[in-house]
Design a protein around this ligand. Structure first.
Ligand code: SF4
Ligand code: SF4
Length: 60
């Protein structure tokens, strides 16, 4: 199963990954974006490519 890591210190909560991920892995929780459904990740890496501050790492 892929491992999705989001660096909360770098993340600006722009929600780009929330809107980019085809599997709904990311969610906004009280103004913070979190990895909510890691078990749904298909390792497409769209989130890594879309994050403007490179806060996401996907390990397959
Ligand atoms: S790798 Fe793809 S499926 Fe996994 S969290 Fe990123 S965008 Fe979503
Ligand atoms: S795209 Fe990057 S900066 Fe934006 S919410 Fe996702 S992890 Fe945070």
């Amino acid at each position: 199963m892929p491992i999705v890591t989001l660096d909360e210190n770098t993340c600006t909560a722009c929600q780009t990954c929330v809107n980019t991920c085809p599997m709904g892995v990311f969610e906004l929780e009280s103004e913070t974006v979190v990895v909510a459904q890691e078990d749904q990740c298909i390792a497409c890496r769209a989130c890594e490519a879309s994050c403007p501050v490179s806060a996401i790492i996907v390990e397959d």
